[in-house]
Ligand binder design. Structure first.
Ligand SMILES: *Cc1c(COP(=O)(O)O)cnc(C)c1O
Length: 398
């Protein structure tokens, strides 16, 4: 066996998984066409719609989150259709490029990285289009910058200014991390990812469509085969998935959803995530760091680094000396931010260790810095005091 040194995973996906998931993952592989597994799948399909807060069915696809984003596009749109895509970072760019690769005419609503959509500017943008678009694509949280998008307000704007457009939301770092009530807000397509707030390994995307979006699946002309959601729904109604089920991950999803119910439901998980993000922002401020995003998402914090600090060096120093794994920035943010995830099975000690690691590494890498050991200590103590108000809803190992 290869021994893996213990590390604290503080990235915005993948995230640490709880013991119930580790236990499932250690079990012998089962076959999907057995009554035992069909019961598991049935339970999962019953537990999922409440997570989306929808009266519609929700589905599980064996793919990473990007596959779920693709499923939303190909099942509801046709080549030549027009779509507005909010591009506020790397994931917005990905979705716009994906839609274009299917022949969709994409109107990019560009947002400066780190900012959230201005709803009034977005409304003008929609009004000024020559034609009403068939869809609006947006991230609920743009993970590359840590910015939260105002989905509720955007949904209301789309309903008013482009009433026939479907609102498709990439909720991969949102669904399960903070409230995103699909039906109440009027979201037509929503996708989540297993390795984010669902606290599982990478490999499943979770997806739901509104009734209007399901109607569109009949007329949509984008090529689709594996991700044909009509086939998936039909198979689900018969107690199966369209192709071989991902037995270990679906069993783990069953276990994690039941466990979350036991610890107080997603409301309790949301609260913990909000506490971890608050503790991170406040203690980082004591280290002289502020969030990069103007309106940060609860699910992760991207910390803006001082110009004299090389972000890639900081990140690897933190990893080497404290075994804390964080994420850097991508593209234009390379070396300029440090991203810390708040989803998953994170203990108080994990975050405290992270804050200490950031403080100590900043001091080591930048001897000129005015950051004192006392300030690092104060930040660590403050982190603990915020977390005391937001205890983990699960029993923490001693
Ligand atoms: C993680 C993430 C994805 C999906 O990434 P995969 O690697 O395909 O799972 C998509 N959108 C956002 C906003 C994400 O954070």
């Amino acid at each position: 066996m290869v021994s893996v040194p213990p590390e604290i995973l503080m990235t915005p996906g993948p995230v640490p998984v709880p013991p119930v998931v580790l236990k499932e993952l250690s079990l012998q592989i089962g076959h999907h066409r057995t009554p035992q597994f069909q019961k598991v799948l049935q339970r999962v399909l019953e537990m999922l719609p409440p997570v989306f807060e929808t009266a519609q069915r929700a589905m599980v696809l064996t793919s990473t989150g990007t596959g779920g984003m693709e499923a939303l596009v190909v099942n509801t749109l046709s080549p030549g259709d027009e779509a507005v895509c909010v591009v506020a970072g790397k994931f917005g760019e990905r979705w716009a490029a994906m839609a274009e690769s299917y022949g969709i005419i994409v109107h990019r609503f560009q947002v400066e990285w780190g900012l959230s959509v201005s709803v009034s500017a977005f409304e003008s943008f929609l009004r000024e289009l020559r034609k009403e678009p068939q869809a609006v694509l947006v991230q609920a949280c743009e993970t590359s910058t840590g910015a939260l998008q105002p989905i509720r307000e955007l949904a209301a704007t789309v309903r008013k200014s482009a009433p026939n457009a479907l609102l498709l939301v990439d909720g991969i770092t949102a669904l399960g991390a903070y409230p995103l009530p699909m039906d109440q807000w009027g979201i037509d397509g929503l996708v989540g990812g297993s390795q984010k707030a669902f606290m599982l390994p990478t490999g499943l995307s979770l997806i739901a469509l509104s009734e209007r979006a399901w109607d569109k699946t009949q007329s949509a002309k984008c090529p689709r085969f594996y991700f044909d959601l009509r086939k998936e729904r039909k198979a689900n109604l018969g107690g199966e998935t369209a192709y071989s089920s991902n037995v270990p991950l679906i069993r783990s999803l069953d276990a994690v959803l039941s466990w979350i119910e036991e610890i107080g439901g997603f409301r309790a998980v949301h609260k913990r995530i909000a506490g971890l993000s608050l503790a991170t922002r406040e203690s980082a401020r004591l280290l002289g760091l502020s969030p990069f995003a103007a309106t940060p998402s609860p699910s992760l914090t991207a910390l803006k680094l001082p110009t004299e600090v090389d972000g890639s060096k900081l990140r690897s120093h933190i990893e080497r000396t404290h075994s804390v794994v964080t994420m850097g920035g991508q593209d234009q943010l390379k070396g300029r931010v440090l991203r810390i995830g708040h989803m998953g099975y994170i203990s108080d000690e994990d975050l405290i260790q992270t804050i200490r690691a950031i403080g100590e590494s900043l001091r080591t890498l930048n001897p000129e810095s005015s950051l004192s050991p006392e300030q690092v200590h104060t930040a660590v103590l403050h982190c603990q005091s915020v977390l005391n108000r937001y205890p983990a809803p699960w029993k923490q190992p001693l």
